[in-house]
Design a protein around this ligand. Structure first.
Ligand code: SAM
Length: 259
């Protein structure tokens, strides 16, 4: 069981109500720490003042939601896992367009990595990219990346994904843009897209959820997988009992739904 910080319950529940997030589904201690850090950074006198600000001002609510949902991401994050994904997809019989869902897409590095990989393999694909935080979705949709963000990318991938943008940045190519649809979706509260998907990426977000919610989310994701569809989770999010979900381990963090 995740521990509860009882003195935090009141303000955290009030904050959750104002932000429209199911904060109870996230690991509590981490949220308490993060909300306290946000309040401190903004010079507020404790969490109740934060609740008041968020209640009074929508821009505070957006800022706070953005701060609480952590957005660290990178192109081909954890490269060995992407090499395994490539191996797995390359061995797949080719039939029609692949349907892909990047379920916590952050600022877009993940759906773009998968778009580049599939182009390289010669797979046509439609990619849905969703995230709970509207702000990162808008940023991903804008499709502009600075030199630092794409620094580690090899030349072939750069050429597949980008064209020159405003000075010091690159812009996602129109043909790649046309493959990816972005929208806001909360994995804890919203209905999931119907699918079925051949590949679902849900990486580095499950770790923020309580064990119970993680289990519920994985179950719902698996329902959206096509038979033999692949679920790709974060390197630190490997499932303890994949067979309970009707999944077979293909590589670490990569699972196939039993046909
Ligand atoms: C650490 S980032 C991971 C991004 C990317 N998947 C990766 O592995 O690089 C976690 C993302 O999960 C999103 N997130 C947090 N809670 C969520 C929820 N309930 N539903 C959907 N996305 C959520 C955050 O907004 C953030 O963009």
């Amino acid at each position: 069981m995740e521990s509860r910080t009882s003195e935090a319950d009141g303000w955290l529940d009030a904050l959750a109500a104002e932000l429209g997030l199911s904060l109870g589904a996230y690991k509590r201690e981490q949220l308490v720490r993060r909300a306290a850090a946000f309040a401190h950074q903004r010079g507020l006198d404790g969490p109740w003042e934060l609740v008041g600000r968020v209640r009074a001002d929508r821009s505070w609510a957006e800022e706070c939601r953005h701060y609480l949902t952590i957005h660290v991401t990178a192109f081909f994050r954890d490269p060995p896992y992407w090499a395994w994904l490539e191996q797995l997809l390359a061995a797949r019989p080719r039939a029609g367009r692949l349907r892909v869902w990047s379920a916590a897409a952050a600022t877009g590095a993940e759906p773009l990595s998968v778009a580049a990989l599939l182009r390289r393999l010669g797979y046509p694909a439609d990619i849905l990219a969703t995230d709970v935080d509207e702000r990162v979705i808008r940023q991903a949709e804008a499709g502009e990346y600075g030199a630092a963000e794409i620094g580690g990318l090899d030349e072939t991938v750069r050429r597949i994904l980008f064209e020159a943008g405003s000075p010091g940045s690159v812009r996602v190519r129109p043909e790649i843009r046309a493959q990816i649809r972005y929208r806001r979706l909360d994995l804890l509260q919203d209905p999931y897209p119907a699918g079925p998907f051949d590949l679902i990426l849900c990486r580095n977000v499950l770790i923020y959820f309580t064990a119970e919610e993680r289990h519920r989310v994985v179950g719902r994701l698996v329902e959206r997988l096509a038979p033999a569809g692949v679920l790709f989770v974060g390197a630190t999010e490997v499932l303890l009992n994949p067979e309970d979900f009707g999944l077979t381990v293909v590589f670490p963090a990569l699972y196939r739904r039993r046909a």
